[in-house]
Design a binder for this molecule. Structure first.
Ligand code: AKG
Length: 165
């Protein structure tokens, strides 16, 4: 986590809601093959080229799971105040039934899935965990990483995605 934290260039996007501008509730970096565009949380991003560590993780996902990705979105949660609201990863660029690989480092954090018909699933994502979201997951479930104010340590999450242009 520390190596990735010190080698990626963090973005400085702001979110505008009801005419007011806010900083993002976490730090974000976007890497991958050259010149890929992705609009996420209404922010248009373009890839920076893989760092050695992100490329190594991407290569391992191909080798171990036969999953092919061309981008990595890095989220850094400085402490338990940083969070991610309910959403799906269903942008049109990801195609139908996207495979998404999510790797977590650092502090353990609760992570929730909520089915469109109400069922809720709670996971605790720990240092080194890999979560694969496959098939129709994004079509039927939202996910979120809520605030946990007692947590003072940082956490990093990297989601590998394949973007079709
Ligand atoms: O930090 C996490 O585990 C979740 C990240 C996430 O939901 C996303 O990048 O879309």
């Amino acid at each position: 986590m520390n190596k990735i934290k010190s080698t990626v260039k963090w973005r400085d996007d702001k979110i505008t809601m009801f005419g007011k501008t806010y900083p993002q509730a976490r730090k974000v970096a976007f890497y991958g093959d050259e010149n890929i565009e992705y609009t996420y949380s209404r922010i248009k991003m373009r890839t920076r080229f893989w760092t050695d560590e992100l490329k190594m993780l991407n290569d391992r996902l191909k080798l171990d799971y036969d999953l092919i990705f061309n981008t990595a979105l890095v989220n850094y949660y400085r402490d338990g105040r940083d969070h991610m609201s309910w959403h799906r990863d269903d942008e049109p660029e990801l195609g139908i039934n996207p495979s998404i690989a999510s790797i977590s480092f650092g502090a353990s954090r609760d992570f929730f899935f909520r089915h469109d018909e109400g069922e809720k699933v709670k996971l605790t994502l720990e240092n080194g965990d890999l979560l694969l979201m496959l098939g129709e997951t994004q079509h039927h479930w939202k996910h979120a990483l809520p605030k946990r104010l007692k947590i003072n340590e940082p956490r990093m999450n990297i989601t590998f995605r394949r973007i079709f242009e």
